[in-house]
Design a protein around this ligand. Sequence first.
Ligand code: HEC
Ligand code: HEC
Length: 93
Amino acid sequence: MKIDKRDWLFVGVIVLVLAVFIAISGKEKTKLVPLNADHQKFHDMIKEGKTKKEVDPLCESCHDGVKILFPKDHPIKPGGQPMRCLFCHKLKR
Ligand code: HEC
Ligand code: HEC
């Protein structure tokens, strides 16, 4: 089988995708949701079977960007929707 230009392009794309994948996976160090008095009830709710989507909006009673500030480079709220906090911040075990 002769390897032509298109084959090399294909190999290149795969290598690129893999490289990006590895680069991102190494960076999984987003802070965990602490296991303390402020956050205990959310850990319990998830354990009781509530979905992350049901729990997410409750974070903003404290983490509203006023009482507790987000870091400057924090991902912003998409158009009035509650942020999917637990999508990024995993629960500490
Ligand atoms: C009762 C108030 C309150 C609620 C509700 C709350 N938090 Fe927090 N959270 C705090 C406080 C206080 C801190 C620590 C203060 C700070 O980091 O400035 C904190 C810190 C954090 C941190 C940073 C931890 C670290 O290691 O620095 C994360 C992540 C976090 N909260 C996620 C969440 C998520 C997700 C929810 C919703 C499921 C939530 N919090 C709901 C009060 C709250
Ligand atoms: C798209 C992903 C994403 C979403 C959604 C998200 N965060 Fe974050 N958050 C991050 C990243 C990335 C950082 C900065 C890295 C870090 O310190 O964890 C951060 C940092 C924080 C910190 C500061 C941690 C510290 O002390 O340095 C808090 C508190 C926090 N987030 C709370 C929340 C809460 C509450 C919500 C929901 C209202 C939320 N985040 C939604 C990605 C996200």
